[in-house]
Ligand binder design. Sequence first.
Ligand SMILES: Cc1ncc(COP(=O)(O)O)c(C=O)c1O
Length: 381
Amino acid sequence: MLTDEQVLELRSHFPILREKTYLYSCSQGALSDAVEGGMAEYAQSWRTSSAPWEEWMEAYEALRAAFAGFINARPDEVALVASASAGINPIANALCFNGRDKVVMSEYEFPTMGHIWLAQRPRGARVEFLEGVENTVPIESYRQAIDERTRVVPLTHVSFINGFRSDVAAITRLAHDCGALVFLDGYQDCGTRPLDVRELGVDFFVTGTLKYLLGPPGLAFLYVRRELVESLTPTITSWMAQRDVFAFRTRHLEPAAEARRFEGGTPAIPNIYMARPAIELLMRAGMDNVAAQIERLARAFREGARERGIATKTPPSSVGPLVVVRSRDAPAVVARLAARGIVVSARHDGVRFSFHVYNTMEDVHTALTALEENRDLMVRA
Ligand SMILES: Cc1ncc(COP(=O)(O)O)c(C=O)c1O
């Protein structure tokens, strides 16, 4: 657990925290001086290097290795892509749906998960959505839906809409027992706690840098379990996905033997320069410490909302980072809080309060006081 002094020191690296109560990491993480340093380093290399692409390809491979270490994967299991969608698409596109045509996912997945797998219907996929029950998805629903016709189970680690946390281990066991694959979307969790894809046992994992990884938009990571990499040949491909990138053989298609085979074209180098220091900053804080701080704040906020009689969408078992309260007019609440320097976001009837290691108990109290003052717009518990 970090001491108050350590949290204060960490906060000093995020200029916006001097001005705002920043509870917005589920949409965009705060900008640190470390990430600004990454931007400056990129500009410097572009301005001065006689062979910038050599440097930039080194930075790109270094980030792949750093992220692989962050999730306990191997570098050859990680692809750098432009967005989570750009990571999910080549996998959806490489899977076949004959024999096993079912795709089972809950209604709390991020929309892009629905859209990408629904787009596979002309290729034979049948998508079955599981209904949520009071902002949770009972494990029983997965048990009933997953069968020997199931190809893949896309699974959100934490739902963007209500903060519900999936039981990844249990659902993965159910899927694997039936021979189905699991595609974990970690976007709303990655960067908030230690993560071990091997221990979770999932087949695919995707996340992007812009939220809890505290980096820029325009960069995401796809993990593909080593045994699956070469069995999947996407028709969405690029020259950078080839075995020998710099052979420049237009007539010859030979996908890389590594997860790089799922990548698009020229990588977003500026984003790579910004993402690396962000991940290093988190690792220096220690992911166990990050998780402990987030859990403490999320629990206190949830409890505070309960005491004030404000309805919460997030189930008590979800220990952050996202806590969603129910409102009659969520965009109006966001606007009123913004006027007081509190940065939050709205989805449907929910106002999203998201906690990161740089937040404090004072932030929790500021947010709860603001909710109390806007009681007229909140749904009573
Ligand atoms: C759970 C989840 N998945 C995916 C995304 C984004 O997907 P993409 O990177 O394709 O825009 C988000 C957020 O915007 C998200 O919350």
